[in-house]
Design a protein around this ligand. Sequence first.
Ligand code: BEZ
Ligand code: FE
Length: 286
Amino acid sequence: MSISEENITEVVTATLKSENPRLNEVIASLLKHLHDFVREVEPSDEEWMTGIQFLTEVGQTCDDVRQEFILLSDTLGVTALKDCINNRKPEGATEATVLGPFYRDNATEMELGACISRGDNDGEPCVVRGRVSTPDGDPIAGAVLDVWQASYTGLYEQQDEHQPEMNLRGRFRTDDSGYYQFRTVKPHYYPIPGDGPVGKLLSALGRHNYRPAHIHFIVSAEGYEPVVTQFFDATDPYIQSDAVFGVKDSLITDFKTVDDAQAAERLGVPVGGWLAELNFGLKPES
Ligand code: BEZ
Ligand code: FE
């Protein structure tokens, strides 16, 4: 068979003979879109090598703690798209968004009201509280909220030798009325790693590498689908231009200042501290 621009996709697709039908399906689709991409772009030999070199550098930048391919997927919106598809939710259930690379398992379970900031409390004190409920609004007792965030300097504890181990991480269990509360510091916007090939690509495209201030959550309860999500500060300068496309309207919240002395004392923050009220809805397991 003589290979041509017209027949090559069909010829290559005909070679797919895995016993795993899903593998054949995925690779056939990849071939179709990849070949169409090349037909549309018509890359020169030099451009093709630039692409190969870029992907080589992405691979070479990965190690035990750095995953540049995930960062590439995140910054191209592929992770956000995949998460939208895999987390279609009914009305009343909290929307999911990207997990990110900084989650650590085994955060300590803490008493309701405890503080997840273990250091010298640098940053602006903030109380986070709310309820976990069903999509219809019935409280879910015993739901677990696994929480993590960056410090006021915009670094997660594993990126920063000045922070104590497991700083700004904790687990909380809702009480009988589905209620939780904890103390932390107000999150700040931060840059995702910009010193590798993905950072260079973003600069070349005229894009920044910042994420708006957010707190990460994985909320789970027996009999419900867990949700991996984040809540974002409505006033953040990057709220409309998240480098990884994780922001959804339903996940934007107002951090309010606590100006009343009695309320501040009750919440365990100084006057002028912050309060975020974040409610979660979990979809029953199907
Ligand atoms: C994060 O929010 O932790 C994150 C998400 C995607 C890429 C980098 C960081
Ligand atoms: Fe984050």
